[in-house]
Write a protein that binds this ligand. Structure first.
Ligand code: IPD
Length: 264
């Protein structure tokens, strides 16, 4: 019988191995292998190699589990599903910027129970198991609390599709004057870990996919943050929002009426 710790441990072991492979094999100037939803949505050979490594390791020890990966899609249909982003922050990876991560979450019966985000260039491996806290290098993480919106440092991200970006830019124009400042690090998984570690006060984005936020979302909630979407709904590609209770609601109430596509 598996425990949450077993899942978290295996996810961490595999995320570390993928990170080591990526560091060892990353050329000085990685090349774009293909583009996906738009010319700015890129994939490198190492995104694929990382996902292949993770899938091979999982298949060897957990052959009955389902896997959802950013590059390889959905396979299997077990009660246990591994949600994998082999490189979150591929554009940073391409340019040699330090915010890219291997992200692995474990879901049981539709609930995320363990998550690991290995921010490889920074040597930081964030881990969480549901109900057991979020951790970085043996230190328990706690998000910032009691920060009002007008003093909040907020992380956000942008999708790759042009129409979505236009909406995100319009929303951002309303957010910037109402908060302390904005950060755009380039990895949603790392952004959520930054909420957990108190390096930013909150995060929002319209358009991230579940592999971008599943592991980081658990890490942030285990550090005391609230994770959700529009109008009490769960985090989703429509809106993913994360901050301590109080700031979460303030940010939600600012964002909810702003999205012109919300009622489309
Ligand atoms: C992207 C990053 C980025 C976020 C995008 C994601 P990828 O993931 O997390 O920060 O703004 O929405 O698609 O494509 O680098 O794995």
């Amino acid at each position: 019988m598996e425990t949450l710790g077993t899942f978290a441990h295996l996810a961490e072991e595999i995320a570390r191995e993928a990170g080591e492979m990526l560091l060892a094999k990353r050329p000085a100037r990685p090349e774009v292998l293909a583009t996906k939803s738009s010319p700015t949505d890129v994939v490198t050979a190492l995104d694929k190699a990382s996902e292949e490594l993770i899938r091979a390791r999982l298949k060897a020890v957990r052959p009955d589990d389902a896997i959802l990966g950013e590059e390889g899609g959905s396979t299997g249909d077990g009660r246990v599903r591994w949600i994998v982003d082999p490189i979150d922050g591929t554009v940073n990876f391409l340019y040699g910027l330090p915010d890219w991560a291997v992200s692995i979450a474990v879901e049981v019966d539709g609930e995320v129970v363990a998550g690991v985000v290995n921010v490889v260039p920074r040597g930081e491996v964030f881990t969480a198991a549901r109900g057991e806290g979020a951790w970085l290098s043996g230190e328990r993480l706690r998000c910032n609390t009691g920060v009002p919106l007008n003093r909040a440092l907020i992380a956000t991200g942008f999708g790759y599709e042009t129409g979505r970006r236009r909406v995100q830019a319009e929303v951002l124009a309303h957010v910037v004057p109402r908060v302390r400042d904005i950060r755009r690090a380039g990895s949603a998984a790392a952004d959520l870990c930054s909420v957990a570690a108190g390096r930013v006060d909150g995060y929002y984005e319209r358009g991230p996919q579940v592999w971008d936020y599943a592991a980081g979302g658990l890490i942030a909630t285990e550090a005391g943050a609230r994770l959700g979407g529009l109008n009490g709904g769960p985090a989703s590609p429509e809106l993913t929002l994360c901050a301590a209770p109080g700031l979460f609601e303030e940010l939600h109430d600012l964002l909810a009426p702003l999205d012109p596509e919300r009622d489309a």
